[in-house]
Ligand binder design. Structure first.
Ligand code: NAP
Length: 309
């Protein structure tokens, strides 16, 4: 019998209780799954960083913490979290992100706004270019970035990806390391940010990086708000160097009503909805990870504390 603590906001328990019980049963695991149990009997914690739990010291027998989110920046530096930490890689989360990124790239590529908002009934008969003539840079080629890169490559975009370590993604020109960043973004029409937030990636999108984009590029950020130097972005939008930014994530969330991003016609704000962990598929992922770990397999999607993601 395994004791599994579910530490997340109460509405998440309503969503997750049944799928988790079903998924553990499918793996033949006998579990006590609860939002409240004595800390010293807990074997695993299913965890959301906004749960209020931030002292892991009492969980003396806990074998691992399984994060419900892909991003771990709010928990990775917690000194009391000495047990292994797994982040969320969920097929539902990936599918949602592919749809968001593909949709927003296509919106700008096809110039849809000019036709949707056309109060003067202007006959704008310039056809859009073909995807094969447009460069897309996906910064971050992990679980989400590589899936988005593949989907855009399947639509014939000239897709370039960038990661810390070298990658091989079919149909995608892959760049790596500090030296690879500028090659990835050089002349890119669409730049998509899917990196984690770490000390190395904070403010990565600076004036120096944006001035390498194709003139009138579109920036799409479903990664994390602080990846972008906000002042530099506003300046690049003012000069037209960047034509539009679609931003899903922000330094402060919810984005305060008085924030200049809301009123800038060159910015589309989406309220951190690019993708979300889906209980049915995430429950299967968590149960499979715990079942494998109980059989002696290494924990999947383990966070590297040194790298911060
Ligand atoms: P992941 O699998 O860990 O991939 C991260 C990618 O970023 C990897 O390719 C990694 O390179 C690269 N990277 C990290 N630091 C780098 C650096 N300093 N230089 C170059 N490349 C670097 O993460 P994921 O699951 O794809 O998720 C990415 C992020 O999306 C999450 O951290 C989260 O912030 C965000 N997210 C947002 C939403 C939303 O709704 N808006 C939903 C889910 C996730 P290596 O492959 O070489 O390690």
């Amino acid at each position: 019998m395994l004791n599994i603590l579910f530490a997340a906001k109460s509405e998440k328990w309503t969503e997750y209780e049944a799928p988790l019980k079903e998924a553990f049963a499918a793996h033949g695991l006998e579990v006590t799954l609860s939002t409240d149990m004595a800390a010293d009997v807990v074997d695993y914690i299913i965890y959301a960083p906004n749960s209020g739990l931030d002292d892991f010291t009492p969980f003396t027998h806990c074998k691992a913490v399984l994060n419900l989110w892909a991003g771990v920046e709010d928990v990775v530096g917690n000194p009391t979290l000495t047990m292994p930490l797994a982040r969320m890689v969920d097929p539902g989360l990936t599918e949602g992100m592919v749809e968001y990124v593909t949709g927003h790239v296509l919106r700008h590529h096809l110039g849809m706004d000019a036709h949707i908002t056309n109060p003067d009934r202007a006959w704008i008969d310039t056809p859009p270019p073909l995807a094969r003539d447009r460069k897309v840079a996906i910064l971050g080629l992990g679980a989400l970035g590589s899936a988005c890169a593949s989907a855009l490559a399947a639509l014939n975009f000239d897709v370039h990806g960038w990661s810390r370590s070298a990658k091989d993604v079919t149909g995608v020109t892959c760049h790596a390391g500090d030296a690879g960043l500028m090659s990835a973004v050089d002349g890119a029409h669409f730049i998509v940010l899917l990196m984690p937030l770490t000390p190395e990636t904070e403010n990565l999108i600076s004036t120096d990086v944006m001035c390498r984009f194709a003139p009138g590029a579109c920036l799409i950020n479903p990664g994390r708000g602080p990846l972008i130097d906000d002042e530099a972005l506003l300046a690049a939008l003012d000069t037209g160097e960047v034509a539009h930014a679609t931003l899903d994530v922000f330094r402060t969330e919810p984005l305060p009503p008085e924030h200049p991003f809301w009123s800038d016609p060159k910015i589309t704000v989406t309220p951190h909805i690019a993708s979300t962990t889906r209980p049915a598929s995430a429950a299967r992922t968590i149960a499979a990870n715990i079942a494998g770990h109980e059989r002696g397999e290494p924990l999947r999607n383990l966070v590297d504390r040194g790298k911060g993601y």
